[in-house]
Design a protein around this ligand. Structure first.
Ligand SMILES: Cc1cc2nc3c(=O)[nH]c(=O)nc-3n(C[C@H](O)[C@H](O)[C@H](O)COP(=O)(O)OP(=O)(O)OC[C@H]3O[C@@H](n4cnc5c(N)ncnc54)[C@H](O)[C@@H]3O)c2cc1C
Length: 353
């Protein structure tokens, strides 16, 4: 994705913001637009390294047929179009960061902190967190949690950490295959483990992996991890149950698992909002939560008649923007203006001369 203005993580001083949006799915992205039309700049944070939420992560290549005026639109195409639409408002993206803290301050603003240490002081917060933040699916083998990020990994932060190491890499998608291919020859040994003969990865990557096996440069085992071994507080190996039921003991310094991502409500559940079926209750005039100044739009909210559709998130973003404008400036009435005829909106959009 080109031209995303991202901020460096973990800035020392808190960032003072009018609005911070948690979640860069379609609802969060359109919130940037609606706030921008009213002259309000946004910071937008997402656990994922790219914008688009479910559309980009779960079904980028699938067609969507119920976006008004677009008879058919690819899910990633929708994200790309939203990114294009919000460009004039220069939102500041903070990608690959999960908002882990949200607390009201005595001055009526809100303190937010991310997993990377970025802090904000915001006048208004929009929670557009969908089904929750996308987290890696874990190995699900007893004892692995204790080694997470040390010897059990669900993402590669620095590939050189694995050079000269004995690796077991799990998964049948592109991430797993890419790392198998990339690290072969650099790691001391590589065993690739996948639970079934079919792969989600591109056929060319699968063919390359099979060629590396034939050349004796790495090993492939069809099966699943069932146990780990450790000694003196260090992981030393993993037991893999092959598809035929036999066990294989593999010595390893690191296990890397790439099983894809799934959304998890995460820290939002602990922020004290009234929840119903893992969704935050809001009113339908402002889409405000029980805390004035904190709004919730898109799949994360609930109200009588709520439908978890992209269309609903767009409508909610528009009304929340008006409510946020009033929250930021209670003395000033916000009048409805049309983009077709409003000079100030056209100026903000950069289309007026
Ligand atoms: C297969 C499939 C097909 C679908 N087809 C359609 C369709 O045809 N039409 C339709 O209208 N809808 C469809 N949907 C539903 C649609 O995708 C959702 O309604 C929409 O994505 C909701 O948008 P959102 O922005 O509210 O949330 P999401 O798209 O879920 O985005 C939320 C974002 O918030 C981030 N986040 C959450 N918590 C945090 C946190 N604490 N810190 C930082 N980031 C956080 C997440 O990582 C995520 O990226 C479909 C869904 C699926 C799975």
């Amino acid at each position: 994705m080109a031209d995303i203005e991202t901020a460096g993580a973990g800035a020392a001083a808190p960032i003072e913001a009018d609005a911070v949006i948690i979640g860069a799915g379609p609802a969060g992205l359109f919130q940037v637009f609606e706030l921008g039309l009213l002259g309000i700049k946004s910071h937008i944070v997402d656990t994922l390294k790219h914008p688009g939420g479910q559309c980009a992560e779960l079904y980028p290549d699938k067609p969507i047929y119920d976006i008004p005026a677009l008879p058919v639109c690819g899910a990633q195409e929708l994200v790309d179009r939203l990114m294009e639409q919000i460009k004039p408002f220069g939102p500041q993206f903070h990608l690959g960061e999960e908002v882990v803290e949200l607390q009201p301050r005595e001055d009526g603003r809100f303190d937010l902190a991310t997993s990377s240490g970025t802090r904000f002081v915001a006048k208004a917060v929009v929670i557009a967190a969908g089904l929750g933040s996308f987290q890696p699916r874990r190995l699900g083998v007893e004892g692995t949690d204790a080694f997470e990020d040390k010897q059990v990994h669900y993402r590669v932060r620095n590939a050189s950490d694995f050079h000269g190491q004995r690796l077991v890499i799990f998964g049948g998608g592109d991430s797993a295959l890419d790392w198998v291919i990339d690290l072969t020859g650099k790691a001391t040994s590589i065993v690739h483990v996948h639970r079934r003969p079919e792969f989600k990865a591109t056929p060319a990557s699968v063919a390359r992996m099979q060629q590396l096996v034939t050349e004796g440069r790495m090993k492939y085992v069809e099966g699943i991890a069932t146990a780990i071994r450790s000694a003196d507080g260090r992981l030393t190996g993993v037991t893999v149950k092959r598809t035929d039921g036999t066990l294989e003991e593999i010595d390893a310094d690191h296990l890397l698992a790439f099983f894809g991502l799934h959304p998890k409500l995460g820290p939002i559940a602990e922020w004290g909002f009234e929840l119903e079926k893992k969704a935050i209750k809001v009113d339908t005039a402002k889409f405000q939560t029980s805390v004035p100044g904190i709004f919730a739009i898109g799949d994360i909210n609930t109200y009588p008649g709520k439908k978890k559709l992209i269309l609903s998130g767009f409508h909610e973003a528009a009304l929340a923007a008006f409510a946020i404008a009033e929250h930021l400036n209670p003395a000033k009435k916000v009048h409805l203006q049309y983009t077709t005829t409003s000079p100030i909106m056209q100026k903000r959009l950069g289309v007026n001369g």
